[in-house]
Design a protein around this ligand. Sequence first.
Ligand code: S3P
Length: 425
Amino acid sequence: MKIAPVKKISGELTVPGDKSISHRAIMLGSIAKGDTEIDGFLESADCLSTAACFARMGIKIEKGDKAVTVRGRGLHGLKAPDTILDCGNSGTTVRLLSGLLAPQNFDTTLTGDASIQKRPMKRIMDPLAEMGAKIQSINENGCAPLKICGGPLTGIRYVSPVASAQVKSAVLLAGLYADGATSVTEPSLSRNHTELMLSQFGGSVTSDGLTAKVLPANELYGQHICVPGDISSAAYFIAAALLLPHSEVLIQNVGVNKTRAGILEVCRQMGAVIEVSNASKEAGDPRADLFIRSASLKGITVGGPIIPTLIDELPMIAAMACFAEGTTVIRDAAELRVKESNRIAVMVNSLRAMGADIEETEDGMRICGGRPLHGVCLDTHKDHRIAMTLAVTALAAEGETELLDADCVRISYPGFYEDLARLTV
Ligand code: S3P
């Protein structure tokens, strides 16, 4: 994919449905009694991996004109799959499914693509083992493929060393089937979509500060879910509007849950004005329209408890920092090293190749803004967020950029380049 710089972006846009919420809607819909209708389901490779896994376990998932319907079979209605479950590129699928499958009365094996087979799974294997789960990393390297021997579980109080919604959710989902209460305490608050949606489905969940607690469920009930636009997808258009002079973009119906919306706060700290309107809430998860116009940005420090609320947006923030005045420091973000790619190394190398003054640190990076960036040939490492970040960066650079494996955007945003092209002038 070749990307030439553009003068500005302008117009209105609705980004595709939230990836985290779409995964969870399929999962909870499958183990609920009755139908779950999902409006705005994200039809991207990752969420389709989740849907395919449940289809393999006997769940009918039907695509209608407007919504996706999941014909739930109740808490104990999943059937043993007759093959290994392929989670593709999706960490959310492997980790949340591990929690959900550990307490079933059948065995399963989960695997995925080359990237998934390198990502750390001990973080879910450890707490689930504490609950009594039998999960084995087949290659004994703490990664997928994972062999799960289903069996009864005991509730635990887990203090997680990492702020991760995937870890929290895996343990809470296992807790639905455990023989007592299960709680997870995290070092700082990660996205809470699992807690909110479990409550909507009739689960008994409470959140108190950094602790989420679930009671064993008797039954969950099918719901109507309205998935908002994904703020992680919106982030690329927010950044493009901020970076390209004279831009004005309205992004409608974006999920602005506080545990996800750290990017808005960071943009404001960097000097942006983002207008929020039409705010509403569905089942506890807020959404709103965002209006963004270009701004002169200044460097800031991003670290501490805000990190989990913008973890997937950090590559874009790093690129924005190259265009800001002054120094930006990103710290407490070592988690970026174990995402779909090592996002610290990949972003530092890519932005440096474009001419940025950027330095890698153990848990983040340091960027001195203000040097002009120029187009080069860049490897996305098949990481969708790296691809979208570099595509937007390329719009604001000088000369043409070439992106290798640019089609990996299908993981979370299949129509990304088309939407971007529609708004560019
Ligand atoms: C996700 C949680 C985050 C995020 C990922 C989706 C989720 O991962 O990076 O894209 O849906 O729970 P961690 O929980 O590993 O931080």
